[in-house]
Design a protein around this ligand. Structure first.
Ligand code: ATP
Ligand code: ZN
Length: 704
């Protein structure tokens, strides 16, 4: 399956079977059809028979098989030979006919034989499909072209018939060639061929293996300059690793013992040893490639539009062709041959090829270029949304800020000791994975403060945590959590308020009856945040909104530094969802960007959920519509530019392809169009539109 016509053909058979085309995914570039049979009574054998009815043949998909491309190139060679024969024979016929000019239209038998051979060679791969399309009364491009050629023969226009057959064959060849080129370009963009894994055996020897033979937990040696074969963790050595293949980061990242490594990234000058943590087909890179491959089957809105349009356009133009053939001769005594010719030209114009091929090529190129840049777009559906965003909501901690808060001050209330405060806080926080927790535990460790064991540890989302030490309950959390615990006094309130106004995050610590004091922390804004928000405004995003669980004072301080338009602070996770719903109501197209860990519900509620720093986090990749693999906020304006550019190119292509058609309809009515010009224009349009779409592959960082 390598053209839009075949997609339409398959759909006609399969959609009635499945009830909806949502269950079908077409990947024209790889000749892959995926069918979702879940919760249906349809069996895969039924699908196979239905496919056979179309005249195509299906085989089970085998990921990474080279046979598909072998077969495609074999078919291409065959097609090339037939096209060449068609061309030479047509030319021979033309020369012969020119040598016997006396017999003008009814050329010599030898010339006619040449033309006939040219026509047969040109239509050879097409005729069976055309026949099937005629029998099932579902006209397609093959039938249109065959009728046009037969019509030309009937008119005695042998030369035109041969030219149409040849050009049609040539255009199919060029189309499959340029799609092949697109396929290869995208493959090289994503294919980071599996390297060799040097496995350290128990004996200490090193053995070379293919990555898919390596068991999880093996120790691998990675020499300087080599590609890392599997995901894993550094166990020995240190080195700078070029992670651009996975995260799109241009600068190498320093890796030390315990750090995460990704398959497909390239080791710098150090020798590393790592422990593998995934199987070869489940590495982050393998999943990215799989997702980009499948992403295309979730079609973009403009693709759906084009398909719908083509489904109406073709029958209408065909009807027009029939009317043009019948009405002028019958009603106005026009010459039959004249109007037959014109109606044949219309038939050629009815072919929607350039129009239908343009969008998928652009979308796939855009998805591949984004993946190469560390932006994983999980469906053609999501490629157009960034360009339409009216507002973007952002999480504060870890998105706008670096997400590694540090302790500013530890404030014990009178009658309490700093040491007690910190030891209890650290005892609780050692069980928590909140960014604040890490800082507090570190501070206790730093002061060599003993950390007692905690039982019954429990977190209260967006507020704090509690647990018991030696049978006594302790808690810590936000100002709001203190109020919730009903232990606030006016003096405490004023102190906390002052710290919050100064832009600090506060964590209050206490037990059932009293408050021990509080810890203030500060998180640093990312250095790129301010510029990114300016760029977002420049791309047309009118409102940048902060949604945070932190207090209003800190939220406003960060918002001021970053240039945020609107702040919603002290939100519980459920409040974030509600705020998101309100924003979607108000601005229609709203994205939410977060780390995907505690804001997954809000991400899911946004028009577009974007997860940041997703390379290490499976959860983030799964929940988001778009995952920024690196921790780099500046990918966000890049994404919007990329989406706008994709949309622009798709629109250019549609306008151009339609423009050519309209031009030719006008030329035909006025009697100025010829068959061969119509088909040559269609072919040229297809090629231009594909080439234009492939421009999206060259989408690097600076190319906004
Ligand atoms: N484990 C914890 N330790 C200490 N304080 C906590 C903890 N969990 C929540 N809090 C308190 O609750 C507040 C809100 O927490 P939440 O996790 O909702 O937001 P955040 O992650 O700090 O910010 P953002 O919503 O921008 O990511 C924190 O500022 C903190 O004061
Ligand atoms: Zn208060």
């Amino acid at each position: 399956m390598d053209c839009a016509e075949e997609v339409a053909l398959l759909k006609r058979e399969l959609v009635p079977l499945l009830g909806s085309d949502e269950r079908l995914g077409f990947d024209v570039l790889r000749g892959k059809l995926s069918v979702d049979l879940s919760q249906t009574s349809v069996r895969s054998a039924d699908i196979m028979t239905a496919i056979q009815r179309t005249g195509l043949r299906a085989e089970g998909w085998n990921e990474g098989a080279s046979e598909t491309s072998d077969r495609i190139s074999k078919e291409q060679r065959q097609r090339a030979i037939f096209t060449a024969v068609s061309g030479t024979m047509g030319l021979a016929g033309f020369i012969l006919a020119s040598l016997w000019p006396t017999i003008a239209n009814t050329a010599s038998p030898i010339a006619i034989t040449c033309y006939l051979l040219s026509i047969l060679a040109g239509l050879y791969p097409v005729l069976p499909k055309a026949w099937r399309s005629a029998v099932t009364r579902r006209p397609d491009m093959n039938l249109l072209m065959s009728v046009a050629v037969l019509g030309a023969i009937a008119l005695g226009e042998w030369f035109e018939g041969a030219t149409v057959a040849f050009l049609f064959s040539l255009s199919l060849l060029l189309e499959s060639w340029s799609i092949g080129r697109a396929r290869r370009a995208i493959a090289t963009l994503l294919d980071l061929s599996p390297p060799i894994a040097h496995v350290r055996l128990a004996s200490g020897d090193v053995q070379d293996m293919r990555p898919d033979e390596v068991t999880i937990g093996s120790i691998l040696v990675i020499r300087p300059g080599e590609k890392i074969p599997l995901d894993g963790r550094v166990t020995k050595g240190a080195s700078d690793v070029d992670q651009s293949a996975v995260t799109g980061e241009s600068l190498p990242v320093n890796k030390q013992s315990g750090d995460e490594l990704f398959a497909g990234t390239v080791n710098g000058d150090g020798l590393l040893e790592m422990e593998s943590t995934t199987a070869a087909d489940n590495t982050t890179l393998a999943r990215i490639i799989r997702m980009v491959g499948d992403a295309h089957s979730k079609r973009a809105p403009s693709e759906k539009w084009v398909e719908k349009f083509a489904a109406i356009y073709t029958p209408i133009v065909m009807l027009l062709a029939i009317l043009m053939f019948l009405i002028p001769p019958l009603a106005f005594a026009g010459a039959w041959s004249d109007w037959l010719y014109r109606s044949l030209v219309l038939l050629v114009i009815a072919c929607p090829c350039a129009l239908v091929i343009s969008t998928p090529v652009s979308v796939v190129a855009a998805l591949a270029a984004a993946a190469r840049n560390g932006v994983l777009i999980k469906g053609g559906v999501h490629i157009e949304t960034p360009a339409r965003l009216k507002a973007i909501a952002m999480d504060k901690t870890g998105t706008l800020t670096q997400g590694t808060p540090t302790i500013v001050d530890v404030v014990p209330f009178p009658g309490h000791e700093r040491v007690d405060l910190l030891s209890r806080a650290a005892a609780l926080e050692i069980n928590s994975n909140h960014p604040l927790a890490r800082a507090i535990v570190e501070e206790a460790n730093h002061g060599k403060i003993a950390i007692p064991a905690v039982e019954h540890f429990q977190t209260t989302q967006g507020m704090g945590a509690s647990g018991s030490i030696d049978g006594k309950t302790y808690w810590l959390g936000s100002h709001r959590y203190l109020v919730h615990r009903k232990l606030e006094t006016p003096e405490i309130h004023d102190q906390l308020e002052a710290a919050q106004q100064a832009g600090r995050t506060v964590v209050v610590v206490g037990d059932e009856t009293q408050v021990y004091g509080f810890i203030t922390l500060a998180d640093v804004i990312r250095k790129e945040s301010r510029q990114v928000i300016q760029q977002l405004h420049a791309t047309g995003v009118e409102h940048v909104v902060m949604l945070t669980g932190d207090n209003a004072g800190t939220a406003n301080a960060i918002a001021d530094q970053a240039g945020i338009d609107e702040v919603h602070a002290e939100l519980l996770p459920a409040d974030k969802v509600a705020a998101m719903e309100m924003l979607v109501q108000r601005y229609d197209q709203v994205a939410m960007i977060g780390d995907g860990v505690n804001d997954a519900p809000a991400l899911a509620r946004a028009s577009l959920g974007i997860a940041m720093g997703a390379a290490g986090s499976d959860a983030a990749i799964e929940t988001a519509d778009i995952a920024l693999m690196s921790d780099d906020l500046s990918k966000l304006p890049w994404l919007i530019h990329h989406s706008q550019r994709t949309l622009r190119i798709i629109r250019q292509n549609i306008t151009f392809a339609l423009g050519i058609k309209i031009l030719f309809v006008i030329l035909t009515f006025s009697g100025h169009a010829s068959l061969w010009a119509a088909i040559a224009a269609d072919m040229g349009a297809s090629l231009l539109v594909i080439a234009n779409g492939l421009r999206l592959l060259r989408a690097d960082h600076n190319n906004c």
